[in-house]
Design a protein around this ligand. Structure first.
Ligand code: ADP
Ligand code: MG
Length: 357
């Protein structure tokens, strides 16, 4: 497959060309109006192909804005990487050495958002559990192979009790009470980045945009007359489950599951989403989708709901301030909040649908 980063695909669509056919008297008005066009750009970052669409922005300006978004994403990807040398790996080294560390404003904000999600989820969303994610082989570029870690290895890391609330942020100085804390923002960084992308575009006067980062996206405005219409992916190979409309106010949607990053051994699949209480990969929920105005919350909550499972998801959603959620378990049963049920148009009615209260 060609590397899309080297073949950015600015495209013009729509009816701007029709202006040329109008009488001269109308031409001035025509050039002033925002163009009825989309500008599209693929950006490789966060280990995935991200797709940016700007609507109603003149092409030259859109291209410049997309360049800026690209540069910003590369910076975030570089500085928040959990295992390639980054600001985050330097911070983790300082924590392991029991030393304080001065964090940049962006990273401080990401830590603050993560702590909120940790508290809201009552600890099942915990980016401080990086040693667990590493133990399961999810801090490396390749998919892990071979047998999973032993129960004793898992128990030893769980006993380290690394938690987000071991961290203290005083101004820009971060300290950890527990040197076993290793931060990994794989469950929240893309959602926070999506918000930063849309916030930057809005600050530059862009009213209509969508930023799609694989498992998650962030929107503002609409696609001209039409709202942004998004497919919700079902678990592994099941295609699109249904569609929702997002916007016009800023909104994010994130889906977490075991269909993209996982490991397999002896015909058993191990999810990359780990329950920090047991140290074991989450089971039962194949995918969870969350819509929330704040991208970081949507991303973190999607991960947390996978851990919470069929029994706990409603309580965790409520505590995280999430009213729009849809989960699919490994039997194909769909769990949904009443508010989400109102917004989703299912492709095919699910065989079993459980509506929350
Ligand atoms: P994706 O990366 O596919 O969008 P998620 O948003 O669910 O999926 O993030 C999964 C990643 O989050 C894992 O690869 C790991 O880095 C991290 N993670 C795994 N379990 C947890 C957890 N319980 N709490 C916080 N982060 C987690
Ligand atoms: Mg997530």
């Amino acid at each position: 497959m060609p590397d899309p980063a080297q073949h950015p695909s600015p495209q013009r669509t729509g009816t701007a060309g029709a202006c040329a056919l109008l009488a001269t008297a109308l031409l001035a008005a025509c050039t002033q109006a925002p163009p009825d066009t989309s500008y599209e750009r693929d950006i490789v970052a966060f280990g995935t192909i991200n797709h940016l669409t700007l609507y109603g922005v003149p092409e030259e300006r859109a291209a410049k804005l997309a360049d800026e978004v690209d540069a910003e994403l590369q910076r975030m990807h570089r500085e928040w990487h959990s295992w390639h040398p980054s600001e985050l790996t330097r911070l983790n080294a300082a924590i392991a050495a029991g030393e304080p560390f001065q964090v940049s404003p962006d990273l401080a904000e990401l830590i603050a958002r993560s702590k909120d999600a940790y508290l809201g989820s009552q600890g099942i969303f915990d980016p401080a559990a990086g040693h667990l994610f590493a133990l399961w082989g999810f801090q490396q570029d390749e998919r892990p192979t071979g047998p999973p870690p032993s129960r004793a290895e898992v128990a030893a890391v769980v006993a380290e009790q690394a938690r987000m609330d071991d961290l203290e942020l005083d101004g820009d100085t971060l300290t950890s009470r527990n040197p076993k804390v290793a931060l990994d923002f794989g469950g929240i960084a893309k959602g926070y980045a999506g918000h930063l992308v849309i916030a930057r575009l809005r600050a530059q006067g862009v009213d209509n945009a969508i930023f799609n980062a694989g498992g998650g996206l962030q929107v503002v405005g609409s696609h001209g007359e039409r709202p942004w219409r998004i497919g919700i992916r079902g678990p592994d190979g099941s295609g699109v489950l249904g569609a929702v409309e997002l916007g016009p106010q800023e909104e994010g949607m994130h889906t977490s599951g075991n269909y993209e990053r996982y490991r397999e051994f002896d015909n058993k699949r191990y999810s990359h989403i780990i329950d920090p209480r047991t140290g074991l990969p989450a089971e039962h929920i194949a995918s969870a989708s969350v819509i929330h105005p704040d991208g970081a919350t949507a991303d973190a909550a999607a991960t947390a709901l996978v851990v919470a499972g069929p029994e706990g998801w409603q309580e965790v959603a409520k505590r995280m301030g999430v009213t729009l959620a849809l989960l699919v378990d490994d039997q194909g049963t769909v769990y949904i909040t009443p508010q989400m049920q109102e917004r989703v148009r299912f492709e095919q009615p699910p065989t079993k649908l459980i509506v929350g209260d």
